[in-house]
Ligand binder design. Structure first.
Ligand SMILES: O=P(O)(O)O[C@H]1O[C@H](CO)[C@@H](O)[C@H]1O
Ligand SMILES: Nc1nc2[nH]cnc2c(=O)[nH]1
Length: 332
């Protein structure tokens, strides 16, 4: 039975051209919508294996960089990508079948280059659920990274500090996440599973690589950043509104240390295709868990804190990339 699907422009189309027992398209030229589409666009069928492969081919034909490490720059953290040398930069609008970034603080480019002599690829801007993209679309570039040869992902984000001991400007190494959106049945892996990406039921108990967490903690000591480095639990909410006091209090009880609107679905997708993950949050604001405050979280402040901390973040990521590269070399 075919199903009518409504895309972001309100257009109707029939899905009878799709292969029923897989998530690939009969016609590989059929394109998912380029602009943010409602989440009820057919969740996991938008980006087939073949489409991801086409995106990879487009990029690989235009850069000599062969990265093993992919980096996602969080809000206000795009400066990282400007430190790449011999860079090849691809605006998302120019990459076939790619969505576009719509949020301030996310430039919207895939940048390939050398970070301190090491080949990386870097998303200077990510996609969020609140922009109207399905979770599978938000995390689709992670699969592109895998196809481009990456074995490791560094996912960075801006987040509110819920743990009351956290300060604005701290770096929180993510030791784990709570997939709150998953509790409501929303997953980037929802829909037919193409086993060429990964297994139907991927484990998530070591979502954030323990060895990379240890390395990051050691680096924070070496870089004399110990007093501003934390290690905690992140959660992603749908957004775009920030949280109510009652919501924050509930999540605090659940063990959440930092709250954002990204990363979790990217990490799930990365683990599904067996990428090793290191993640950290820049704490850009304190979550307001009391009613009698005049403070209000706002996105301009989030971006500003990211920009203020860009030198530290860039140094930290550069050192992590060196360490991960050493691990990769030692494994060869
Ligand atoms: O997670 P990143 O993209 O770093 O940004 C965080 O900051 C923005 C809100 O200010 C949201 O996009 C939230 O997810
Ligand atoms: N949900 C959420 N996302 C953020 N991104 C940056 N700060 C915050 C915050 O306080 N809450």
């Amino acid at each position: 039975m075919s199903q009518i699907i409504i895309n972001g422009n309100g257009n109707h189309y029939d899905d009878s051209h799709k292969i029923k027992n897989g998530n690939s398209y009969k016609n590989n030229n059929s394109s998912p919508p380029r602009t943010a589409s409602p989440i009820f666009s057919y969740v996991n069928e938008n980006y087939s294996y073949e489409i991801i492969d086409n995106i990879k081919n487009y990029l690989m034909a235009r850069t000599k960089i062969r990265p093993k490490i992919g980096i996602i720059c969080g809000t206000g953290l795009g400066h990282l990508a400007e430190n790449l040398t011999e860079a090849d930069s691809f605006p998302y609008e120019e990459i076939p079948n790619f969505p576009v970034s719509t949020v301030a603080g996310h430039a919207g480019r895939m940048v390939f280059g050398y970070l301190n002599g090491i080949e990386v690829m870097c998303m200077q801007g990510r996609f969020h659920y609140y922009e109207g993209y399905a979770l599978s679309t938000c995390s689709m570039p992670v699969r592109v990274m895998k196809f481009c040869g990456c074995t490791h992902l560094i996912a960075t984000n801006a987040a509110g500090g819920l743990n009351s001991s956290y300060n604005v400007g701290d770096i929180m190494i993510v030791k784990d996440h709570i997939n709150i959106m998953g509790f409501a049945g929303n997953s980037p892996l929802q829909g037919p599973n193409d086993h060429r990406f990964g297994p139907r039921f991927p484990p998530m108990n070591k979502a954030y690589d323990p060895e990379l967490i240890d390395i990051a903690l050691r680096l924070s000591k070496e870089m004399k950043m110990e007093s501003e480095t934390r290690c905690g639990v992140y959660t992603c909410v749908g957004g775009p509104n920030y949280e109510t006091v009652a919501e924050l209090r509930m999540w605090k009880i659940l063990g959440v240390d930092a709250v954002g609107m990204s990363t979790v679905h990217e990490v799930i997708t990365a683990r599904h295709c067996n990428l090793k993950v290191f993640g950290f949050s820049l704490i850009t604001n304190k979550c307001e868990t009391e009613y009698d405050t005049h403070e209000e979280t706002n996105h301009d402040d989030v971006v500003t804190i990211g920009q203020r901390r860009q030198a530290k973040i860039t140094n930290f990521v550069t050192r992590m990339v060196e360490e991960i590269n050493n691990l990769i070399i030692n494994c060869q």
